[in-house]
Design a protein around this ligand. Sequence first.
Ligand code: ZN
Length: 74
Amino acid sequence: MAGAQAAQPAQPAAQPFRPATPEERAAVYQALRDAGERHFQHCVNGHMFVVGNCGTLAGAGRCPDCQAHIGPGC
Ligand SMILES: [Zn+2]
């Protein structure tokens, strides 16, 4: 019967952020390499991240992937 469509499921709220896919990360890292960025580092669990500017960690931080401590003294 026309007009008897089921109600559409509620759309999830738009997420302002989402985790980058491995492919997206690889593209970003490649672009940084192409731009001359050489300050790649890894957290204790092997997640790669980039230290910008001079490449010196100015303070402690957390790995965006596993929350491992990164920075001076690690
Ligand atoms: Zn990590």
